[in-house]
Ligand binder design. Structure first.
Ligand SMILES: C[S@@+](CC[C@H](N)C(=O)[O-])C[C@H]1O[C@@H](n2cnc3c(N)ncnc32)[C@H](O)[C@@H]1O
Length: 375
C-alpha cells in the first residue's frame, strides 16, 4: 500500500481539526479528455504526474499499466480521501466500493469501512473515525463543492424544474427534445438565482474559497456559468453525460460513459496496478524541486487559476525540467488564462480546441494540451 509523503506540520494542522472538510469528493474534470490527449500524442506513457483532488481521474489513469503514478495534492483532506479509495479498491468488490462511497445506497457502510480500515495509516484512519458521518452519508457528494451543488438543487432547482420536467430532461433522447424542455423553464429566474448562488462572493464563503478568485477578473461569475451550462445542454444529452447527471441529481451515471474507476472492468484493472502509486501531500512546485523523476504525462487540473502570471511561468519552467522530451502537459482554465511564454512548451492548439469542444463538463473556458519540445 503506498505511503503518503507529506509535510507533517501541515497535515496535522488540518487533519487534526475535525471540522476540516473535503473540498472535492467527485471529479469535475472530464477524464476522457486526458485519455484522448495521451492517445493522440503517444500510444503509451510510463510515468504520470497528476493533481489529486478527489482521486478519481488520478486512479482512473491506472486502468492502463504505468510504471509510476505520482499523485500530488497540497490539501491533506484530499489525501485522506484518496488513501481511503486506494484501500477500498484493494479490499472491496466493485459493488461494495460503490456502496462505501455513496454511488449506491447502502446500510452497510460501517462494516465496509471496517473491512478497509485495517490497511489505513494511523492518521488517515483517525480522520475517518472522527468524520465517520461523511462516510455514513455517502462520500461522493460530501465535498465542499458537492455540498454547495446539493444546496443549489434543494433551494433553487426544485422550485424551477419540477419532478416531471426534471425526469423529461434526464431521459430526453435528442438534443432538440432536451433543449425544448430547457427552454420551457423559467430561465430568467434561473439566471437570476444562478447569478446570486454562484457569485464570486457567495462561492468564496461556500463551495469554493476566496483564494481561488484572487486572479479572476470576471464581473459576473454566476452569469458566465449559467450560459456555459445552457451551451452544453444544446450540444450534449444529459442521459449520456455523467457530469451533467451528477450536477442535476447528486447521483452518478454509473457504468455509462463514465470513467474507469466507476466501471467494473476499469476498477479491476486499477486494482492490479495500485503498487505503482506514490502519494505526495505537498505543493506542486515544492514537489518538483525535490523529485528526481521525469514524467511523460502530466495533468494539472486548473491549478494555474490560483497563480500569478509570474508564479505560473516559474511553474511551467520547473515542469519542463521534469518532463521527458515530447512528454504531454494538460490543464484546464476556468476564468483565468495562463500559458507558458517560454518556447520549451509547444501548444497543440488544434487538439486543445477539439477537446475543449468535446468537454463533458461545462465550467471551463479551455482545455490545454502541450508537449515538451525536444532538447
Ligand atoms: C485545482 S482543484 C480543482 C478545482 C476545481 N476545478 C475548481 O476550480 O473548483 C484540485 C486540487 O488541486 C489542489 N491544488 C491546488 N493547487 C495546488 C498546488 N499548487 N499544488 C498541489 N495541489 C494543488 C487542491 O488542493 C485540490 O484538491
Amino acid at each position: 500500500m503506498p505511503e503518503v509523503i507529506h509535510s507533517r506540520e501541515t497535515f496535522q494542522q488540518v487533519v487534526l481539526d475535525s471540522t476540516e472538510h473535503i473540498r472535492y469528493s467527485y471529479i469535475w474534470e472530464d477524464y476522457s479528455l486526458l485519455k484522448k490527449a495521451v492517445e493522440v500524442h503517444s500510444s503509451h506513457f510510463e510515468k504520470a504526474l497528476i493533481i489529486g483532488g478527489s482521486g478519481d481521474n488520478a486512479l482512473s489513469l491506472l486502468a492502463s499499466p504505468l510504471e509510476k503514478l505520482v499523485i500530488v495534492d497540497l490539501n491533506p483532506a484530499q489525501m485522506v480521501l484518496i488513501r481511503l479509495k486506494i484501500s477500498a479498491i484493494a479490499r472491496l468488490s466493485f459493488e461494495e466500493f460503490l456502496e462505501l462511497f455513496g454511488y449506491m445506497d447502502s446500510l452497510n457502510r460501517r462494516s465496509l469501512f471496517q473491512k478497509v480500515s485495517g490497511d489505513l495509516d494511523a492518521e488517515t484512519k483517525s480522520y475517518w473515525q472522527r468524520n465517520f458521518h461523511l462516510v455514513e452519508r455517502g462520500l461522493c457528494d460530501q465535498g465542499r463543492l458537492e455540498a454547495y451543488f446539493k444546496k443549489f438543487r434543494e433551494q433553487v432547482l426544485v422550485h424551477i424544474i419540477d419532478r416531471r420536467k426534471m425526469n423529461s430532461l434526464l431521459t430526453a433522447q435528442t438534443i432538440e427534445e432536451q433543449y425544448k424542455i430547457w427552454s420551457s423553464l423559467d430561465l430568467p429566474r434561473l439566471l437570476k438565482e444562478s447569478e446570486k448562488f454562484f457569485s464570486q462572493s457567495a462561492l468564496s464563503h461556500e463551495g469554493r474559497d476566496a483564494s481561488q478568485f484572487q486572479y479572476v477578473n470576471e464581473s459576473n461569475v454566476g452569469k458566465t456559468q449559467f450560459y456555459r451550462l445552457q451551451k452544453i445542454l444544446g450540444k450534449q444529452l444529459i442521459r449520456e453525460n455523467p457530469y451533467l447527471h451528477f450536477f442535476l441529481t447528486g447521483r452518478p451515471l454509473v457504468g455509462r460513459a463514465s470513467y474507469p474507476l466507476l466501471e467494473k472492468e476499469g476498477y479491476l484493472h486499477i486494482r492490479n496496478h495500485l503498487d505503482s502509486i506514490e502519494l505526495h501531500c505537498q505543493e506542486l512546485g515544492s514537489f518538483l524541486s525535490e523529485t528526481s523523476d521525469r514524467f511523460d504525462f502530466i495533468a494539472l487540473s486548473d491549478i494555474f487559476e490560483y497563480l500569478s502570471p509570474e508564479e505560473s511561468e516559474q511553474l511551467f519552467e520547473s515542469l519542463v525540467q521534469k518532463t521527458e522530451n515530447n512528454g504531454v502537459l494538460t490543464y484546464w482554465s476556468l476564468f483565468v488564462e495562463r500559458w507558458p511564454l517560454a518556447k520549451k512548451w509547444i501548444a497543440d492548439k488544434k487538439l486543445s480546441a477539439t477537446l475543449t469542444h468535446e468537454d463533458r463538463t461545462w465550467f471551463y473556458s479551455q482545455f490545454h494540451v502541450l508537449s515538451k519540445a525536444e532538447s
